[in-house]
Write a protein that binds this ligand. Sequence first.
Ligand code: ADP
Length: 364
Amino acid sequence: MNNNETETLDQQRLNILINSMSDAVITIDENFKIQLYNASALNLLDINNIKIGDEIINYLEIYNKKDELVDLKHIVRKHDRITTYENFSLKYIDNSKANLFLSISPIHSVYGKKNLSGYILIMRDITRNKSLEEERDEFISVVSHELRTPIAITEGAVSNAMAFTERSDDKTKILEFLDQAHKQVLYLSDLVNDLSTLSRAERGVLEIKSEEINVLQLLEELLKNYSSDARKKTLRIKVGKVDNKLILNSTQLYVREILQNFITNAIKYSNKGVIELGADKSEGGVLFSVSDQGIGISKSDQAKVFDKFFRSEDFRTRQSSGTGLGLYVTAKLAKLLGAKISLSSKLNQGSTFNIFVPDLGKEV
Ligand code: ADP
């Protein structure tokens, strides 16, 4: 093998290596003319071909956060060491944009800076990372906001109770403050529970298994668990006509958790009437329903009740505490089970939450 052959082999190896990279790579010379590019560069720029020797600015239009066109030549020339940017975006012909990770590496020859002979640009579409990051920031800020109010109320109530204990014997007043604090602590505990189920559901670590559920038995257990809560609000809770032989193969824990969320809401958002739990065989699974004759949900709110932290502005909703996470978590759990939720509701008349849970079949 002569020297030339060795060079071609090395060249081939290098080409294969660069073309296998998931990041877009473009090398340019000092005059910004393209010397080399890889397949990922074509993908990122969404074009079929790049002409070697063409100027990079014919292909790459990048914008800053203020949506101003960035002078690429200027920023490339500015640096004599590797520099990375994550705040630029790439604009496509149809005006759509992608958030861009851009790394600029000057190619130094062995003789140092003076013999600089070009630059390597490495790029990646980070639109999705960005939105995950933004979502996380938003989540943290909403959670801390949700935590702040109950903590402040608890703190106030407990210090009032302490002050009263020192100054007076008025036990009723002290109990009132303690009751206030107790309610907020219960709310905080609900919030933490919802957040922990949510995080498990989002990380996909919840285990889905198929087990035999006797549907009527499940509904009757739920009825038993919630009748005292319902009675406290003079509501009646009952199970409709359900076949006692109806069996569903799914994950009992999550089916139960979903129905519990519907039932606690039905109790919370009703001041009169009957809450009915129903279930019927449906093609490939079971259709459960929880209906109430409570405050109902307006058309515009119906579209939002499954959103993270959503609570209706209706003053009657605000009379009871809630995290706005219950239905969001419910929707996540339903997705894991392959279940479909539907809602029908009329303001001031009541709501029915339906969920079709598919039969997962017997576990083998
Ligand atoms: P919350 O902790 O506020 O109950 P959810 O996610 O369970 O949170 O519910 C979101 C919102 O949907 C509630 O705040 C309420 O406005 C509305 N909602 C849910 N279920 C009912 C219902 N059965 N009747 C009326 N409104 C409901």
